[in-house]
Design a protein around this ligand. Structure first.
Ligand code: NAD
Length: 253
């Protein structure tokens, strides 16, 4: 049995999109995977895909911004799957608006899910990682961390995640724990589909436009991100920590 067959991973926002592809990929790598999202029933297709391929997975419902639910969910995962030592903070929402139209609710919702959610999940999972003297934390930021019109809330949350990650990389390194950030560019998911709708254009038109702007001349697929998560979560990635890796078909920043 390889080491990764004994690892337990938690992927938040895993019912669809990048989180779903990541859950499937980590399971294919041999990990048992907690597929965590707001609605447990919505996690079922991802869990079925993993178990159908011979892997181990469980659906878990929790709002990552709710401390009590997070603690209960992580305790349940530890009991049913085993101590979690891989955490992918992927859950996310958009509340895009130009600053003068951005409400406090738009701000709080986005900061709560992305930034506070990552903090709460990491704090809850950390003790299992330190006990095992091994851990991999992978946080989903975005190229929007560098600034993007209409996304003051999202950009602040995604930039905040980078500072959070570098700090925990420093604090937790001595326990064999690494923490890294992936900053995706445009990836085809329900999130970007909704953006096209909000902009009043078809998803195909937006994808075509974006592909023309991206150096590799294509848009990203969830598997492009899952592939990098897989590397950062692997046994051999133990000397990579506190890094921000943009996965966007070209250079950023
Ligand atoms: P998506 O909207 O398709 O999926 C997000 C998932 O998160 C959904 O299943 C949703 O139910 C879940 N979620 C939302 N709020 C939650 C909460 N409070 N608790 C638990 N789960 C919650 O999004 P996606 O495109 O797959 O994005 C995944 C991550 O990647 C997000 O953090 C996003 O900001 C980031 N990202 C996406 C892109 C892109 O182009 N799609 C680009 C850069 C960064």
């Amino acid at each position: 049995m390889s080491l990764s067959s004994s690892r337990v991973a938690v992927v938040t926002g895993a019912a669809r999109g990048i989180g779903a592809a990541t859950a499937v990929r980590l399971a294919a790598d041999g990990m048992a995977v907690a597929v965590l999202d707001l609605d447990e029933a919505a996690c079922a297709p991802v869990v079925d895909a993993i178990t159908g391929a011979g892997g181990r997975a469980m659906p878990v419902s929790a709002d990552v911004s709710d401390s009590t639910r997070v603690q209960a969910a992580v305790a349940r995962i530890a009991e049913e799957l085993g101590p979690p030592t891989v955490l992918v903070n992927n859950a996310g929402v958009l509340r895009d608006n130009l600053l003068f139209k951005m409400t406090e609710d738009d701000w709080d919702t986005v900061l709560d899910v992305h930034l506070k959610g990552a903090f709460l999940m990491t704090r809850a999972v950390e003790k299992y990682m330190t006990q095992q003297n091994w851990g991999r934390i992978i946080n989903l930021s975005s190229i929007s961390a560098l600034g993007n019109r209409g996304q003051a809330n999202y950009s602040a949350a995604k930039a905040g995640l980078q500072g959070f990650t570098k700090t925990i990389a420093i604090e937790l390194g001595k326990f064999g724990i690494t923490a890294n950030v992936i900053g995706p560019g445009f990836v085809v998911t329900e999130m970007t589909r909704a953006t096209a709708e909000r902009m009043g254009m078809s998803f195909d038109t937006l994808k075509q436009h974006m592909a023309g702007e991206i150096p590799v001349r294509r848009v990203g697929e969830p598997e492009d991100i899952a592939h990098v998560v897989s590397f950062l979560a692997s046994e051999n990635a133990g000397y990579v920590s506190g890094q921000v890796i943009y996965v966007s078909g070209g250079p950023q920043g």
